[in-house]
Design a binder for this molecule. Structure first.
Ligand code: THG
Length: 280
C-alpha cells in the first residue's frame, strides 16, 4: 500500500515498503514568537522562506500551521498555502484543528493535499471525512477521541479501527489514511515511546496502513532534544513509521534516516543511503 500526495509537477509517495519521507514542521507559530508576530500582522515572508529552506534541507511535504492567538486561521491558512505554493512545488500538509480553515485551504490548493487531521471524536469524523472524500485528499488520523489520548495501546488501536471503518464506509481509500499513533513526552511517562511504537506495529500489521507522528513531542523537557528526536525516528522506522512530522534542519537527521531505511529494508541496495553519503 502506498500513500500519494502531490504538488505542482511533484508527487510524493510513502508507505511501509518505501523510503521514509519528512513532513517538514517549521511553518508553525508554536514556540516561534517571530513567526506568530508576522502572522498576526498578516505577513507571510517567513512562511515563504521557511518553505524554501526546509525543501533545501530535505523536507518532502510542507506542513502549514498558522494557529496562534490573534490569527484568523480561516483567512490566513489559504494565504499561507498560496505563499508556500509560490515558494516550492512540494505537496502541502494542511495542519489545523479548525475544519473551516482546512476547507478554505482546500479551495485554493489544486493538488492532492494531506489533511492534518481527523480523530475518533464523532464531531471530527462528521466534519472532516466528507471533506477528505470530496477533495480526494489524504488525511492524518489521530488515535485519540473525546476522552483524550489513551495511555494504552489497545485503546489507540480501537480508535484507529473506528476511524478506518468510518472512512472506508464513505468510500475513502485505505491508502489515503495516515495513522498518527501519537508521541507524548517520555519525561512524563517513561512508557510513552514504547506505547507509540507498539501501537504503530499493531496498526501497520493489522490494517496495512501508512503512519506518521509529531516526533518532537517525545523529547519535551529534556536536554539535547535533537539527539532524542533522531533516535526516536530511527527506532520507529523499524516499527512501521513512514512519514514523521519533524524539522528537516536538524543536523544529522537525514543521514540517520537513510541509515535506518537501509537497515529496515526500505532502501534495497542502499542507493539512497549512498547518495546521502556522497552529499557530504
Ligand atoms: N501530530 C500531527 N500534527 C502535528 C503534531 C502531531 N502538528 C503540530 C505538531 N504536532 C508538530 N509540529 C511542531 C512544530 C513545531 C514544534 C513542535 C512541533 C516546535 N517548535 C519549536 C519550539 O517550540 O521550541 C520552535 C523551534 C524554532 O524556533 O526553531 O517545537 O503530533 N498529526
Amino acid at each position: 500500500m502506498e500513500t500519494i500526495v502531490t504538488g505542482k509537477n511533484c508527487e510524493v509517495r510513502f508507505g511501509l515498503q518505501l523510503p521514509t519521507v519528512i513532513i517538514a514542521e517549521r511553518i508553525n507559530p508554536t514556540g516561534r514568537k517571530s513567526l506568530a508576530d508576522e502572522l498576526q500582522q498578516g505577513k507571510l515572508d517567513m512562511v515563504g522562506k521557511d518553505a524554501k529552506e526546509q525543501v533545501e534541507a530535505g523536507g518532502d511535504i510542507i506542513d502549514v500551521n498558522v494557529g496562534a492567538v490573534g490569527v484568523d486561521e480561516v483567512d490566513m491558512l489559504p494565504k499561507a498555502v498560496k505563499k508556500v505554493m509560490e515558494a516550492t512545488d512540494r505537496p502541502i500538509c494542511l495542519d489545523s484543528a479548525n475544519p473551516k480553515a482546512i476547507k478554505a485551504a482546500l479551495e485554493v490548493y489544486p493538488y492532492k493535499a494531506l489533511i492534518n487531521s481527523v480523530n475518533g471524536e464523532e464531531r471530527s469524523l462528521e466534519e472532516v471525512l466528507p471533506m477528505v472524500k470530496e477533495s480526494g485528499s489524504a488525511v492524518i488520523c489521530l488515535t485519540m477521541d473525546e476522552d483524550g489520548i489513551p495511555d494504552n495501546v489497545e485503546k489507540r488501536v480501537k480508535i484507529a479501527e473506528k476511524i478506518l471503518k468510518r472512512a472506508e464506509s464513505l468510500g475513502i481509500k485505505r491508502e489515503d489514511l495516515v495513522f498518527d499513533c501519537l508521541a507524548m513526552a517520555n519525561a512524563t511517562n517513561s512508557s510513552a515511546c514504547k506505547i507509540t511504537l507498539e501501537t504503530m506495529k499493531r496498526v501497520t500489521k493489522e490494517f496495512g496502513v501508512s503512519t506518521t507522528f509529531g516526533a518532537s513531542n517525545i523529547s519535551f523537557g529534556m536536554p539535547n532534544r535533537d539527539l532524542l528526536n533522531i533516535h526516536f525516528i530511527t527506532m520507529s522506522i523499524m516499527n512501521g513509521l513512514c512519514a514523521p512530522i519533524t524539522d528537516p534542519l536538524i543536523g544529522g537527521l537525514k543521514r540517520a534516516m537513510r541509515a535506518a531505511d537501509f537497515l529496515a529494508g526500505k532502501d534495497p541496495y542502499g542507493m539512497n543511503y549512498i547518495s546521502e553519503y556522497r552529499k557530504k
